[in-house]
Design a protein around this ligand. Structure first.
Ligand code: PRP
Length: 183
């Protein structure tokens, strides 16, 4: 969509610009899927989507990973209704899937401060997976003390408040099919 201000999904809210178009996302997600399949030549793979932000990304990504895998979800949240992370990452749903001996791929929409990822890595490592890696659609590269590298990155993202393709502002705009920067 060339003119985001005319998009009724935005409820009249001004967006600064479209940062990643639907086509940009589709092309990159397909490439990421191939990259992930290549990186896991054997073993059981569990794609663990972090909700709510990664619901759309996870659904699209797993369709582009041409190898057997399982899908589950974990739910955490920290932002509330603001635009700045509260820093207080709360685990809201913890899946019962057995992770022991599996390659666990945590699928995130965005790494911003990195706090969510760090908290989940600490938790998931106690489940004794064969390996634990992160796949993030967007990475802002502003997190200062990331102990765990992000193995698969969709796009380097600008340090702006981004919405769409799963990302919200006060729970709105998750259904927007492209990623935009809020004015
Ligand atoms: C957002 C986003 C990431 C996380 C990134 O989730 O979806 O999961 O914050 O921020 P961080 O790197 O600063 O921790 P949020 O807490 O808003 O929950 P949501 O996924 O339900 O939107």
């Amino acid at each position: 969509m060339a003119n985001a201000s005319a998009d009724p999904r935005l409820m009249g809210r001004e967006v600064k610009r479209i940062v990643f178009s639907e086509q940009d996302i589709a092309d990159r997600v397909a490439a990421l899927g191939r990259e992930i399949a290549h990186a896991y030549p054997d073993g059981e793979l569990l794609a663990l989507g972090l909700l709510k932000g990664s619901f759309m990304f996870t659904a699209d990504l797993v369709r582009h990973i041409p190898r057997p895998l399982q899908v589950d979800f974990i739910v955490a949240g920290s932002y509330g209704s603001g635009t700045v992370s509260s820093g207080n990452v709360r685990l809201l749903y913890d899946p019962e899937t057995n992770m022991e001996g599996k390659h666990v791929l945590l699928v995130e929409d965005i790494v911003d401060s990195g706090r969510t990822m760090q908290k989940l890595v600490d938790l998931l490592e106690t489940r004794r997976p064969r390996s634990l890696q992160i796949c993030a659609l967007l990475h802002k590269h502003i997190a200062e003390h990331l102990e765990h590298p992000v193995r698969f990155v969709g796009f380097d993202a600008p340090n702006e408040f981004l919405v769409g393709y799963g990302l919200d502002h006060a729970e709105n705009f998750r259904h927007v099919p492209y990623i935009a920067s809020l004015a």
